[in-house]
Design a protein around this ligand. Structure first.
Ligand code: FE
Length: 200
């Protein structure tokens, strides 16, 4: 008997491949009459059709150019997202702003929670056990591996996402960008910048 042959209840199926676990969940939704196969497929198609880090980048650039939007973004992320047309996120969005004193980085230590609709599909490293476990324990070392070295005295805040509350980082507006429009600025914002594993 291999280690995968043991009998376990429905709640303990963590050794199944993710696709099989997802399918099991879908079958339960269908059996309960909550959704059909077609509805689930259509929802995923809609989500992935529009899910892109361009969305988060537009929000960050708008915040850099519009103080009132920045205030809304930091106090009510969902309202700020809706303001740019990203409605019904399905989770609470919390945006944390980098400052000269504090650098923020997001992680989901339990699994891989992440604002997909605003950042696009999550990178493989975000879902890796190494990133999930080490970011909380040794954030300076993890950021150094991403090529981010912060000035002495800058504090790192690590934000642990859950299925209900998901985080996005508002990077510091790069120096020398005074004359740029929000559209030009949005092109400077990277996915890593919105996660906190890059400066912008
Ligand atoms: Fe998660």
């Amino acid at each position: 008997m291999s280690e995968h042959d043991h009998v376990h209840g429905d709640a303990d199926h963590h050794d199944l491949p993710v696709a099989a676990r997802v399918r099991r969940l879908e079958e339960r939704l269908i059996a309960a009459g909550l959704a059909s196969d077609e509805e689930i497929d259509a929802f995923l198609a809609r989500l992935y059709d529009s899910a892109s880090p361009v969305n988060g980048a537009r929000m960050a650039a708008r915040a850099w150019t519009d103080p009132a939007y920045r205030e809304l973004l930091l106090s009510d992320g969902n309202a700020a997202a809706a303001g740019l047309g990203f409605t019904e996120l399905g989770y609470q969005l919390r945006v944390v702003a980098n400052t000269p004193q504090t650098h923020n980085v997001i992680v989901c230590t339990l699994c891989s929670c992440y604002p997909v609709s605003l950042l696009g599909p999550s990178p493989g490293w975000y879902k890796s056990f190494a990133y999930r476990s080490r970011t909380v324990r040794e954030p300076h070392a993890v950021l150094a591996e991403f090529g981010v070295t912060l000035p002495a005295g800058v504090r790192i805040s690590v934000w642990d996402s859950t299925s209900e509350a998901r985080y996005m980082v508002l990077p510091v507006r790069p120096a020398g960008t005074d004359g740029m429009t929000a559209a030009e600025l949005a092109e400077l914002v990277t996915l890593k910048g919105l996660i906190g594993t890059a400066l912008a």
